[in-house]
Design a binder for this molecule. Structure first.
Ligand code: 6CS
Length: 355
């Protein structure tokens, strides 16, 4: 797999990222790319999920690998969701330097990094989760152009990875756009998610996921979207009767670092980070696949909380796709600050992989 570090190396674009490495403060003794000498350091790595869930085990695995590669000199402390506030608080924590690394969902930067909402477009990526990951690994639109957009906000995405195909949960059973009429849909902080669900007739409402179980239980919102592993692990199935396997898009997460912090690290430290992030792309693909498969089975067999699993036919998906397509123009005209150039390029890259 050609992942971001490799992608940038192949294009010669990592020179810029490394150009500050001589000016690396306390770590300046580690400027040699081939050096296996590392100064002692502790990095904080915040995730939007809790123990056992994909993002958190990703941070644990990253910590293990960094410790091994640096002979225990560098310690990475994973933080689970909740301790540092909501997901948007966590974005601010990374930008302000309170943490060095974060797994971040682009939806929570929706009111800041406009182009990042590209992941909220329904039916853009291929139906195959594996092919989607291939695009996330190799796309120049994402790994170069979108990264630059994030960097103007002090956030450097080092990799994009899927947490699986999206599903809808509800009590009424979502099968066709008419089912979304007047439906209070929970979304992340993204104007494009608003538009996507308004196109189906829903009333979208932004909420942190920490408030979601209670909101579903009390009926403050009627439903939500997430990969199956998350729906089951967060126990949303306890308070929702049905899950629709809509695969209307993928849940995409980003491994991010604070831009100034990363650029001030010596080359060997930057290299150990990017090498680890690159090699973990396959690892996290397998981990999300394992969790999504296991939890789908667990949900089907959960007799305490019976859940009707609704599989949409291609015809049913087509009805949603028709309503979702014009949202790409909305993105180009009302969201994008670069006239949709990143979306145009990404669409071409997707076609190259799917045709
Ligand atoms: O729905 C959400 O907001 C949460 N879903 C996932 C899969 N990860 C964290 C995120 O905050």
């Amino acid at each position: 797999m050609l992942t971001l570090g490799l992608f940038l190396a192949a294009c010669g674009n990592n020179e810029e990222a490394n150009s500050d490495s001589g000016d690396s403060g306390a770590d300046s003794g580690n400027g040699d790319a081939t050096s296996d000498e590392f100064d002692t350091a502790t990095w904080r790595f915040v995730t939007e999920e809790v123990q056992g869930q994909v993002q958190y085990v990703y941070a644990e695995e990253f910590a293990k690998r960094i410790s091994e590669k640096t002979d225990g000199k560098i310690t990475v402390e994973p933080y689970e969701y909740g301790g540092l506030g909501t997901e948007t608080d966590q974005v601010a924590a990374l930008q302000g330097g309170a943490v060095e690394l974060a797994v971040m969902s682009p939806g929570f930067t929706g009111n800041m990094v406009m182009e990042g909402q590209i992941f909220a477009l329904h039916f853009l990526f291929p139906d195959s989760v594996e092919k989607t990951q291939e695009i996330l690994n190799t796309s120049e639109a994402l790994n170069v152009d979108l990264v630059k957009q994030y960097e103007t906000h002090g956030i450097t995405p080092l990799a994009f990875w899927t947490e699986g195909a999206m599903a809808w949960s509800s009590n009424k059973g979502l099968r066709e756009p008419a089912d979304f009429d007047g439906f209070n849909m929970r979304i992340q902080e993204s104007p494009l998610m608003q538009e996507s669900y308004k196109a189906y007739g829903a009333s979208p409402q932004a909420l942190p996921w920490g408030e979601l179980y209670t909101a579903l239980d009390r009926g403050t919102v009627d439903g939500q979207e997430n990969p199956v592993f998350f729906i089951y692990d967060a126990a949303f199935n306890e308070v929702q009767d049905t899950v629709t396997l809509s695969n209307h898009n993928n849940y995409v997460a980003m491994t991010t670092v604070n831009t100034d912090w990363y650029n001030s690290q010596p080359e060997n430290v930057q290299n150990v980070i990017s090498e680890t992030v690159d090699e973990m792309q396959d690892w996290v693909y397998d981990e999300q696949d394992r969790q999504n498969t296991e939890y789908a089975e667990a949900m089907e067999n959960d007799t305490d909380n019976p859940t009707e699993i609704i599989e949409l036919t291609e015809e049913q998906r087509e009805e949603f796709r028709k309503l979702a397509l014009p949202i790409r123009d909305y993105y180009r005209e009302n969201i994008s600050t670069v006239d949709g150039a990143i979306l145009d390029k990404l669409e071409e890259e997707i076609s190259a992989v799917t045709e």
